[in-house]
Design a protein around this ligand. Structure first.
Ligand code: DMJ
Length: 468
């Protein structure tokens, strides 16, 4: 790989500023047409409200986007967001059911992150108020939280579609926020809840192949026998991410989390990691009961970054093996993008004699401004400094500009192969994740240094809790 030059850093600066301008545009659209609502419809220029937040005006884009504004130095926008949070963000006003997972990663994570960056106590108070609203969900026989909780009554229940079970990626992604909450408040109750989840997972009878089902019965504390769905994509993803990140957040003290991560990846290597026959692309497959599905979700593309992080924390031979898997996954996800006309990858892509990193049908061809591919480019850039990751990220920026940019922000697409129709939603994670990771790819490594910070699954950086 060649050395980086002055021209490279000038180009990076230009591109970093370009991404900053994208954030300004995305923010302006939201602020003008949907201020205080959850998201903006950037084509029809109207508010968009997510059902995961009970349909209420909870300012999801403000809370999810504020740390990105701060990191980019967009001071006026940051101050407007801060004022809105101080005066309006109040979960005690509403009588709605919320997703515990989404509220934790976007609101609690977002507020803790901006608190950690600014040390402004107002953000911490808001994070505590919201986290406390989630606590009734943890009152289950196993200590695994229910998926939804009512803000007024505290009544908690699982999703109607999930066979009565709790979801691995959801209850597996409370740890980073809850550990940090106890650290900064001095109140052990959040840490206890997080560790109780870990204990429940360890107590459940494991599968003989070491893989984790995405569904758990939280009354009995056992994995469902049927259906079984095992995936590093939807419903599984951030459980694995939070294992290695728990180890990182604890500055290497949580060796149990590291071992669980390594064992889980070993189980995947044994059974669910394949190389495609057509063009030798590495991918994670899924298991549904006894059948292997040779497909990857765009969501699963975060795994390249996760494997690279795990490799950094490991010794040989695992280090090299996982780094090579990480670059293989990054390459596969990049191929899923460049094999489409838009250069934005589809929601799901397949590996077979019919397709190689391509979607089959209309229900898989959409792109909703997901961040996972960019997230992997970010980690690969930071860990390798191979310029191809910056080049791939810039290709993504150009695609967003060409196909997703709208009058009042950025929109998803209905079909990445025929990028004509927009879905008219600017997801809050576009502000929290896509634009933040893009900005950081073109920034020096000391802007959110990975030796100091660990990102939650919504790209909100939380401090590494140093042993000292
Ligand atoms: C985000 O809310 C988070 O990254 C989550 O872990 C998975 N899904 C979305 C983005 O695709």
């Amino acid at each position: 790989m060649r050395e980086l030059t002055i021209q490279d850093s000038e180009q990076a600066e230009y591109r970093r500023n370009f991404v900053r301008d994208m954030m300004k545009h995305a923010w302006k659209g939201y602020a003008e047409y949907a201020w205080g609502y959850n998201e903006v419809k950037p084509v029809s220029k109207a508010p968009h409200t997510e059902s995961i937040f009970g349909g209420e005006k909870l300012g999801a884009s403000i809370v999810d986007g504020i740390d990105t504004l701060y990191i980019m130095g967009l001071n006026d926008e940051y101050l407007a967001a801060r004022t809105w949070i101080e005066n309006n963000l109040d979960f005690s006003k509403f009588d709605v059911d919320l997703s515990v997972f989404e509220t934790n990663i976007r609101y609690v994570g977002g507020l803790l992150s901006i608190y950690a960056l600014t040390k402004d106590q107002m953000f911490l108070r808001k994070a505590v108020q919201i986290a406390d609203k989630l606590l009734p969900a943890f009152d289950s026989p196993s200590g695994i939280p229910y998926s939804n909780v009512n803000l007024r009554t505290g009544f908690a229940r699982n999703h109607d579609w999930a066979y009565g079970a709790a979801i691995l990626s959801e209850f597996g992604s409370m740890h980073l926020e809850f550990m940090y909450l106890s650290h900064v408040t001095g109140d052990p109750k959040y840490r206890e809840k997080a560790l109780k989840i870990r204990d429940a997972i360890k107590r459940a009878v494991p599968r003989s192949d070491g893989l984790y089902n995405n569904y758990m019965n939280i009354e009995t504390g056992q994995w469902l026998a049927r259906p079984t769905h095992i995936s590093i994509g939807a419903l599984g993803d951030s459980f694995y991410e939070y294992l290695i990140k728990a180890y990182v957040q604890s500055d290497g003290q949580d060796v149990e989390a590291y071992q669980m991560y390594v064992d889980a990846m070993k189980a995947y290597e044994n059974k669910l990691i394949f190389t495609s026959t057509q063009s030798r692309l590495v991918y994670f497959a899924e298991l549904k009961d006894t059948s292997i599905n040779h497909k990857m979700d765009s969501l699963a593309c975060f795994s390249g970054g996760m494997l690279a992080m795990g490799a950094r924390k490991s010794n040989e031979p695992l280090k090299s093996r996982h780094m090579s898997l990480a670059s293989g996954i990054a390459n596969t996800c990049h191929e899923s993008c460049v094999r489409s006309k838009s250069h934005l990858g589809p929601e799901t892509f397949f590996f077979s004699s019919r397709a190689d990193a391509m979607a089959y049908g209309p229900s898989e061809k959409y792109y909703i401004l997901r961040p996972e591919i960019i997230e992997t480019y970010f980690y690969m850039w930071r860990y390798t400094h191979d310029p191809k990751y910056r080049a791939w990220a810039w290709d993504f920026v150009e695609a967003l500009e060409r196909y997703c940019k709208s009058e009042a922000g950025y929109s998803g697409l209905r079909n990445v192969y025929q990028p004509v129709i927009k879905d008219d939603v600017q997801q809050s994670f576009f502000l929290a994740e896509v634009l933040k990771y893009l900005y950081l790819i073109f920034s020096p490594d000391n802007v959110i240094d990975l030796d100091e910070w660990v990102f939650n699954t919504e790209a909100h950086p939380l401090p590494i809790l140093k042993r000292s």
